[in-house]
Design a binder for this molecule. Structure first.
Ligand code: DGJ
Length: 691
């Protein structure tokens, strides 16, 4: 329950407090985000000096609600343009509403008909605070909303503030980088219509000295799958604010009279114990408050894409399904190429009926075959897209994003459907609902393979609204399909990991992490991914060697052990795997089934010793270690791998060898891995805590 005294409010979580206060000028100041405070301590924050105001420089950015107004020269999380051209806001505090543990602070402009609500929510057992902003046009004339960040987080003063971010590109998503924050504004975001491969909507701030296991960390993640922007601003004396919201410049959204704009959730988290404990708190939050079926462990899926690409028959899929079932896979996913004229990437997108040559009797026989092998059946779709060579495009060329007198740029011979249009959204929902109603489909891989270009809607009333409504309508379709097909499970994919965020994860069950299935590259991608998202959603396929993308040759065990750190899946061409590899694959699949509860639902600790890296997952009495070493230098022996978070007084049995270890020794000295001395050595070790 938020405690408050006059114009000061505290949002408490188990270990932290977030304190805001409305000052004498009705500005909302962020007073504290850090260790938990008593009500008396929180009140004492009012005695601290406010950042000095100097007319030439303005004021250090320390406002929780950064409304554009006089002397606010930095990034303002709230920017509007009224119909007469006025841009400055003069907000007056109206009231605080406390309901079910949520706090809403209501402001209204002194003159113009705009009401602004900032909302704060915490959940029992989590240090994450969820924030949104709501804007209501209480008049009749339209107001242009130029920027409506969900939250502006005021980080306490730090000596050398450092930024952690996840950047990348296709095939190289979620690369973790930590850099000293420069003065001024550092902006990351997406203008692509999707979350993007280039940046993930998450950042962390620390004092420059945090490690995996120590130091305070402040982080925020935006739950939105369209365009977005996170601004990290360091003021002249080093103070830092982080403002996160949907939309990108230079777009604006027109708010008509009586209309309300609700922003997506920006979640914030303060932790004291280093990066690994921050990551772990994000994972717990995802499992408890984001995912639709958090207690389910994900099945081991087989995906046919890398095996066949567009070149297959129904019989090929059945043969792959037989091999996948024999290996122990539990879900068979037929990827691209099953519908319309889609025998290459040049045609058919948009026509969601089975290709008559490949499936003359429809999908029924294949689905029956897959089910008869004891597996669930999944299918690939890319509903937001159309090939110009498709029946859908021929019938509705105006249904794609386009601008008058501009070309329609194709990527992979495809254009983006204007999902912001209600008729397009209705059509897509109807096609998908029909597909799911007429076939026993258990799982959908929802792909989205190109960013927006020429994003226009010539007949639309508000040209920029498409950037918001595309994502809203995507969410609405997913929500509706889930409600009507409650057993359906969904994977979010966007050329690999282009749409991974807490918005899509609210309505999907897992994500396709990257099209790069090279085990070595994957370890880096997975490490970045794990800063925010739990292993429970991180799809990881074992594919062929040499890897189709990197041409790197990696032994089967190493490929499996890398993929076992997430939701293990198989994506190789099993028709050509040797009998020995199939048999070893089956053993490793069986191994994964023993450890997957710990991996997918347990606590993750990153591990490192010399050239050996690894992850440890703990759940109940089970501790699992997955470790990898690419190469040794000078034939030096592998070091022992120190484990984290174990009970020093407990003993742990190594299930491979039966050897019993002391927790204190595993933490202080480490575990002997017994890796093969050759390159690309890896191991999976199961430890059981003894009673
Ligand atoms: C991109 C995805 O990331 C791949 O896994 C595959 O589904 C292809 N699209 C199919 O076109």
């Amino acid at each position: 329950m938020p405690a408050h005294d006059s114009r000061l409010w505290t949002i408490d979580t188990p270990n932290t407090s977030y304190v805001v206060a409305v000052d004498d000028h009705d500005r909302l100041r962020g007073l504290h985000w850090g260790p938990r405070l008593s009500p008396e301590q929180a009140l004492a924050l009012l005695d601290l000096p406010e950042s000095p105001f100097r007319p030439v420089v303005g004021r250090e950015p320390r406002f929780d609600l950064g409304a554009a107004s006089a002397f606010q020269y930095g990034h303002n999380g709230l920017q509007v343009r009224f119909s007469d051209g006025t841009r400055d806001l003069e907000l007056v505090f109206a009231e605080a509403i406390e309901e079910d543990g949520d706090l809403t602070l209501v402001f209204a402009d002194r003159h113009y008909p705009l009401e602004v609500r900032t909302r704060y929510r915490s959940h029992p057992g989590s240090d994450v605070i969820e924030r949104t902003l709501a804007l209501r046009n209480t008049g009749t004339e339209a107001i242009d909303v130029v920027r409506a960040d969900s939250a502006t987080w005021v980080v306490p003063g730090l000596d050398t503030p450092r930024l952690s971010q996840l950047h990348g590109e296709w095939g190289a998503e979620t690369q973790l980088t930590r850099t000293t924050i420069p003065y001024g504004e550092t902006v990351i975001g997406s203008r692509r219509g999707i979350t993007s491969h280039q940046a993930n909507p998450w950042v962390a701030i620390d004092d420059g000295a945090a490690t995996e296991t120590s130091g305070p960390v402040w982080s925020t993640a935006l739950a939105w799958s369209g365009t977005w922007r996170i601004t990290v601003e360091k003021g002249p004396t080093g103070s830092v604010v982080v403002s996160a919201g949907f939309g990108h410049d230079p777009i604006a959204i027109r708010l008509s009279g009586g209309e309300t704009l609700e922003t997506p959730i920006a979640a914030g988290l303060h932790t004291a114990g280093g990066f690994a404990s921050a990551a772990s708190a994000w994972h717990d939050y995802a499992l408890a408050h984001v995912l639709p079926h958090p207690d389910e462990v994900r099945p081991i899926l087989y995906n046919s894409w890398e095996a066949t690409e567009f070149d297959f028959t129904a019989e090929d899929q059945m043969r792959l399904a037989d091999r996948a079932a024999a290996m122990g896979c539990e879900l068979f996913v037929m990827d691209d190429g099953w519908f319309g004229a889609r025998v290459s990437d040049r045609a058919g997108l948009g026509d969601w009926t089975p290709n008559p040559d490949r499936f003359p009797d429809g999908l029924g026989p294949l689905i029956k075959h897959v089910h008869s092998r004891g597996m669930r059946f999944g299918i690939w779709v890319e509903p937001e897209m159309v090939n110009p060579d498709s029946d859908l495009y021929r019938a509705h060329p105006d249904w794609v994003y386009h601008q008058p007198h501009r070309r329609r740029s194709e990527v992979r011979q495809q254009l983006v459907l204007n999902l912001a249009r209600p008729d397009v959204a209705e059509h897509l929902h109807a096609r998908l609902d029909e597909l799911l109603s007429q076939n026993e489909i258990d799982f959908v891989k929802w792909d989205m393979n190109r960013p927006f270009t020429e994003a226009g809607w010539p007949d639309g009333e508000d040209p920029d609204r498409l950037w918001f409504d595309h994502t809203r309508n995507l969410y609405a379709i997913l929500d509706r399909l889930r409600a009507d097909h409650p057993n359906l499970r969904i994977e979010s994919c966007s050329s690999g990991g282009g749409r991974v965020d807490f918005g899509i994860l609210r309505r999907t069950d897992q994500v396709w992490t990257s099209d790069n299935t090279d085990a070595l590259d994957r370890i880096a991608i997975q490490d970045g991914f794990a800063q925010v998202y739990p292993a429970r959603v991180m799809g990881a396929w074992v594919t062929d060697s040499p890897n189709p993308l990197t041409r790197r040759e990696v032994p089967l065990d190493f490929r499996f052990h890398a993929a076992m750190a997430g939701v293990l899946a198989v994506g190789g061409d099993l028709r050509v795997w040797s009998d020995a590899d199939q048999a070893r694959g089956a053993e490793l699949v069986a191994d994964y089934k023993r450890i997957r509860h710990a991996v997918q639902l347990g606590r993750r600790h990153p591990l490192q010793a010399g050239a050996v890296t690894g992850v440890q997952y703990d759940r109940g009495d089970q501790t699992v270690v997955l470790a990898w070493r690419r190469a040794r230098s000078f034939a030096y022996p592998d070091p022992l791998l120190k484990l984290h978070g174990l009970d020093p007084d407990a003993r742990y049995r190594d299930e491979r060898t039966g050897r019993v270890h002391h927790g204190a020794i595993l933490a202080a000295h480490g575990l002997e891995l017994g890796l093969d001395p050759a390159d690309y050595a890896s191991a999976m070790i199961e430890l059981t805590r003894l009673p």
